[in-house]
Write a protein that binds this ligand. Sequence first.
Ligand SMILES: Nc1ncnc2c1ncn2[C@@H]1O[C@H](COP(=O)(O)OP(=O)(O)OP(=O)(O)O)[C@@H](O)[C@H]1O
Ligand SMILES: [Mg+2]
Length: 522
Amino acid sequence: MADRVLVTTDDLEHAVRINAQLEGAGYDTALVSSFDDVRQAVRGRDLPPDCIILTGGLHETTAQHLLASAREQAISTLGLVEATEPDPKGLARTLGLTAWLAKPADPAEVAATVRRLIDRRKLQQRTGILGESPPIQEVLVKIEQMAPVTSTVLIEGESGTGKELVARGIHDLSPRRGKAFIAVNCAALPETLLESELFGHEKGAFTGAAERRLGRFELAEGGTIFLDEVGETEPATQVKLLRVLEDHTFFRVGGVQPIKVDVRVIAATNKSLKEAVTLGTFRDDLFYRLNVLAIYLPPLRERRSDIALLVRRFIAEFAAQHDRQFRGITPEALQILVDADWPGNVRQLRNLIESMVVLAPEGEIRAGDIPPDIRDRSWGGAGGVGRLPMRLAHTARDVAGQEVEFILRSLVELKLQVEELRRRIEDRPAQRVEVIEVGGGGGGGGGGGGSGSVATLPNPFDAEAAPEPHVIYRAGMTMADVERAAIEAALKETRGNRRKAADVLGIGERTLYRKLKEYALA
Ligand SMILES: Nc1ncnc2c1ncn2[C@@H]1O[C@H](COP(=O)(O)OP(=O)(O)OP(=O)(O)O)[C@@H](O)[C@H]1O
Ligand SMILES: [Mg+2]
């Protein structure tokens, strides 16, 4: 389907020539004469245009309304600015035009600009990466170039500059898009937990490793793994990462079998890895392995021209999300935001806009709504004192938070397993499930608070040897072992009738089928 472009007829001569050029280039074009026409074209039809060219009347309020409409729907706009305009750049920024050209405009140049705007818009829609500044445009070009290959990418940039957004963009544009994208924050976990998180562990690899657990590398098979804050990894983990990057194999913690994976690695860091190499805290061979392709995301204060656009888009997004009628932002307030230092970069700006959209009393962000620390630019104040604690506080909170989350998750998993076990025992006492703690079963914690009898019993997994359909708990058995044995016993009792077995076990037939497959009993 052809891309759609609307051309306003404020400057009829330009409009006609541009329209002919675009039609010749295969676009689906329409000349629109009044604001109502445009509004209908933008809002009324099923498919909004991909780009609108305003040939004149940029100072009219109708143009401003039209641009606001276009912005809401993420339609690119190209304005033709009069040659007499004293500050065309400033005008384009105030209006929120995506691009501008001075009059007289060459139709071929207009067509080339339209092509660029439409291609970029599509890419930005797919990735969610906003920004018109040259560095962001460069990043978008790199994403397009890097997506199709499997080489490792290293993304560098301060906190909140969009590193994860870029990593996801590369994955979503790559042939791996149908497979997993798995993000791991390497700074969030202590070394041993991180290794088990990345590479998994074998049953009994360490205290508490009751079951084999797959690591993120295995879970990302065929897809992409995003190693955030890779500079924070310890030397031992660095060696293991180097091995995966070199020959795509690794060992689970406590494992002896090498495991081969097909995973693309994208790494990110908010401190200079090169510097870490010089300081000796990061292996140089790993750095070169990671740094095959590199993307640098500059801090927001180095691309201030993006701030107005980000502010507008975040306002529109949060106004819709919080169901608030919101007019926008006053020029004075916008200027304060453009001039601020943004140590937390886009994340900080985005969070601030959300709070102001929710809290601003007038349905519009005014200078007085902006917190004093931003207004006074105190973040970047003398000696940058304000900057450092914020970064550290953020990271420390993240690390602690994720560690706690990991522990909580493990506890919840454990609790669910215990509850499931208890439910089974209570549901069907003595006849089918007998829990016996066997002393000296060799290694492992065990600790199942069962009936307490100590006995030597036949191997529950050997169907021939087990005379009765009993399930026996032995120290060291995992919940999965018990469950598998219970299913075998139930099937034995029901002479292989799966419907009845499911009934006996108190689970759905579909669950039973799933478990049969899981335990390779089918
Ligand atoms: N160019 C951008 N356009 C739109 N949103 C952005 C852009 N850059 C960042 N964001 C938003 O800012 C927030 C932070 O981005 P992201 O998590 O990718 O940053 P980061 O560089 O990974 O930060 P950190 O180093 O703290 O992990 C996210 O909500 C993201 O959507
Ligand atoms: Mg991140």
